[in-house]
Design a protein around this ligand. Structure first.
Ligand code: AMP
Length: 428
């Protein structure tokens, strides 16, 4: 069979690599892909933008693609699954109406409240309804969020009411374009963050291995927020008891609630959670797709054929499927371009990839491009080096051996990915 992966990042390289390893998969197409997918065995890049749904339908029909897996949120929120279904094509992901869970934080908050799923108290405003008195009457800090898709940038933690109001006004004034037409303001929740990702078929749920990411640019979780500087799986924070609680209080009610609301959810569902000191799993956000960089370590551990799982979900038979996991830990370190996250520099030649390819572990490409045979930087997050090991500490060592083999001018990466898990391990 032929598989199509939509997207161009590290998550999509990992999806393409994973699907290509299945013996029943003859070829994986990636639209548009990167330099990593261009050189992966059994994988071919195709020139089509991830947002060009008509071109992707056309491509899937022309190439007789049996299964499409969508990486990023934008095409899902724009209705790619509906367009593929209308053309009789199998595409794994939620339909447009269900993808609103990520596309509109205002919608997600209302959904969470209605279904009794734990989340921060919040209010949603438009320019016309902004209530400065309400904001001033709240405990600080407050978290101000552009409701629409803002590429992970539309969240401001405000220490004072004045800061919250000016962040809100900036969003209404167009700082994040149409994403800021509605603004959600919510209470700040203390705790530790965890990502929880499942596959769903409308009714049945298959949880993926647990993971945790690091959003801040610098060591010690300091500096500006980024798309993610590294991730590891499993996340020791998510104990079996917490896993059970998240399924019971968050994921189960969400999938049942969507079905009850007439929006049955098929696809990957990612819950960004803040685990409160008392263990309550509060939902910070839903994503209607896999996380990046969480996908890279998660798929390094998946032993089952992902295409079989996706097809089972599309057939509504996820209750008969199971996923086998490598018991080892996997840890991915993101290597980012000079200037990331504000103004990443493109075009820096990357050295050492051939030497790194001889080491254990795997480097997934994200923002890379082949320029006359040389792999160059072509985006903010450039590579994700993933190691495996008996412990998170061992996986960390393997990942950093890969990182140390690769270089380009101005490369940025954290030295401490997984530090919380490593210290939990040494405490045990
Ligand atoms: P979101 O896109 O909603 O997940 O927010 C991005 C990041 O902002 C999260 O990963 C958290 O680190 C932080 N954040 C969001 N909402 C809250 C909240 N209510 N309390 C504390 N931190 C938050």
């Amino acid at each position: 069979m032929k598989v199509l992966i939509v997207g161009a990042g590290g998550r999509e390289h990992a999806l393409a690599w994973k699907c290509a390893r299945a013996s029943r998969v003859a070829e994986v197409l990636v639209a548009p892909g990167n330099a990593g997918t261009a050189t992966e065995p059994k994988v071919r890049n195709v020139e089509a933008a991830a947002e060009d749904i008509a071109a992707l339908v056309d491509l899937a029909q022309r190439e007789r693609v049996a299964l499409t897996i969508v990486g990023p949120e934008a095409p899902l929120v724009a209705g790619i699954v509906d367009a593929f279904a209308a053309a009789g094509l199998k595409c794994f992901g939620p339909r447009q109406a269900a993808a609103r869970l990520e596309g509109s934080k205002a919608f997600a908050k209302e959904f969470l409240r209605r279904h009794g799923i734990p989340t921060a108290r919040s209010a949603t405003f438009t320019r016309a309804t902004l209530a400065a008195d309400w904001v001033r009457s709240q405990r600080m800090p407050l978290v101000v969020k552009a409701s629409g898709l803002a590429a992970g940038k539309g969240v401001v933690i405000a220490a004072s009411a004045a800061e919250a109001l000016s962040a809100t006004e900036a969003m209404f004034a167009g700082q994040f374009g149409a994403a800021g037409r509605e603004v959600v303001i919510e209470e700040f929740l203390p705790g530790e963050e965890a990502s929880f990702i499942v596959m769903a078929d409308g009714a049945n749920i298959l949880p993926l291995a647990t993971s945790q990411d690091h959003k801040r640019l610098s060591d010690g979780d300091r500096g500006p927020n980024t798309g993610g500087m590294g991730a590891y799986s499993p996340a020791p924070l998510v104990t079996p008891a917490l896993h059970e609680r998240i399924m019971r209080e968050v994921i189960g009610p969400a999938i049942r609630g969507l079905a009850a609301d007439g929006l049955p959810y098929t696809g990957f569902l990612y819950a960004g959670l803040m685990i409160a000191p008392d263990g309550t799993p509060n939902v910070l956000e839903f994503n209607c797709r896999l996380g990046d960089p969480e996908t890279q370590p998660i798929l390094m551990r998946l032993k089952s054929d992902l295409t079989v799982l996706c097809e089972a979900a599309l057939a509504g038979r996820l209750d008969t499927a199971s996923a086998q996991w490598d018991p080892r830990a996997a840890l991915g370190v993101v290597m980012a371009a000079a200037g990331y996250p504000e103004a990443p520099r493109r075009g820096d030649p990357i050295e050492g990839l051939a030497a790194a390819a001889r080491l254990p572990g795997k480097i997934f490409h994200a923002g890379t491009r082949l320029a006359s045979g040389t792999v160059c930087t072509d985006g903010g997050r450039v590579l994700c080096a993933v190691g495996l090991g008996g412990t998170v500490a061992d996986a960390q060592r393997e990942a950093y051996a890969l990182v140390d083999a690769v270089h380009w001018p101005g490369v940025q990466f954290r030295r401490d990915i997984g530090y919380r898990a490593v210290s939990r391990e040494s405490a045990d």
